[in-house]
Write a protein that binds this ligand. Structure first.
Ligand code: SF4
Length: 308
């Protein structure tokens, strides 16, 4: 039997990049420590802060809510809520919303659900046949960010908590490097500079690998939905996910090294590629560096395509 390096209880995992065998308690302690360190590195919360966790019902956002509740639950001057975006993806989102509702209810966190159909006038399923040269994921990502930001503002939220794990972060960094897009690279959260009209994001799990996030939810008995979105085949991340998995396998610690490189260079990059000054979109009033925001541009294009 393989035992924990710290207490000789049976090990539940082997952390390749640190060479440690850990039992359930020490694994949880190992993750908790890094999440707390990451939160304090990312921001100092103002008094009477209101945090909203973007809760999909999947493992990462469920874990983010659970940990934020554990860390901040006893702070009387801090309010915690959860927001779920329902894009209208049959056979997928209803299941994850069910899991999200159960978790929010068990953790006694007020839960708000905002839908594409109420705010944009369509579901992802209805627009999918009209997405043509762009993928459903392009629309989904833009509209979801829009709804999270507008809903968070309506609810007077101070920070939006996202469940992005280490794998998500590193894939985004590499994707933007491959696309030659430093502007987007410097806009990846967590947000160091507050932009008017945009709720800054906190990413407590950004140093936690996906597998550890999954194991933590299992060991803590959390309810998650781990089904796959039917449009996932369109997501560009697949290529980068495979590439990084091979690199991590050959050299454990690669993902942490890429994230550390990003963290060490981001301030210098931000000074060179200063985020553009934001105006109000002349259609919806949301922040944008153009005349119209991306949501209104895509929404107008879709409405024209649907009419044709
Ligand atoms: Fe949206 Fe694409 Fe993710 Fe599905 S896979 S939830 S369509 S971004």
């Amino acid at each position: 039997m393989i035992t924990c390096d710290k207490c000789k209880q049976p090990a539940v995992t082997f952390i390749r990049y640190s060479g440690a065998h850990l039992c359930s308690d020490h694994f949880i302690e190992f993750v908790d420590k890094r999440v707390k360190k990451e939160i304090s590195k990312q921001c100092r919360l103002p008094k009477n802060a209101k945090l909203a966790v973007a809760l999909s019902g999947g493992k990462d956002s469920t874990l983010a809510l659970y940990m934020i509740k554990n860390i901040f639950g006893k702070h009387r001057d801090l309010e915690l809520i959860a927001i779920t975006v329902d894009e209208g993806i049959a056979g997928y989102r209803p299941n994850s919303i069910k899991a999200a509702k159960k978790t929010a209810n068990e953790l006694e966190v007020p839960h708000y659900i905002t839908t594409f159909s109420d705010h944009l006038g369509f579901t992802l399923n209805t627009i999918e046949p009209h997405t043509h040269e762009l993928t459903p994921c392009t629309y989904c990502g833009v509209f979801r960010r829009f709804l999270l930001n507008t809903t968070a503002k309506e609810l007077n939220v101070t920070r939006l908590v996202m469940g992005h794990n280490l794998d998500d972060m590193v894939q985004s960094i590499i994707m933007n490097i491959f696309k030659g897009d430093p502007q987007k690279l410097v806009r990846l959260g967590p947000h160091r500079h507050i932009q008017p009209g945009l709720i800054p994001r906190l990413m407590p799990l950004r140093t936690i690998p996906e597998k550890e996030s999954y194991l933590y939810t299992m060991l803590s008995g959390l309810t998650i939905y781990d089904g796959e979105c039917p449009y996932a085949i369109y997501a560009q991340r697949g290529l980068f996910r495979d590439m990084l998995a091979r690199a991590e396998d050959a050299t454990p610690g690669t993902r942490h090294a890429i994230l550390s490189f990003y963290d060490q260079t981001i301030e210098a990059l931000t000074q060179h590629f200063t985020p553009a000054k934001l105006n109000k979109c002349d259609q919806c009033g949301e922040p944008t560096n153009k005349k119209k925001c991306k949501t209104c541009i895509l929404k107008n294009e879709l409405e024209n395509k649907i009419k044709e």
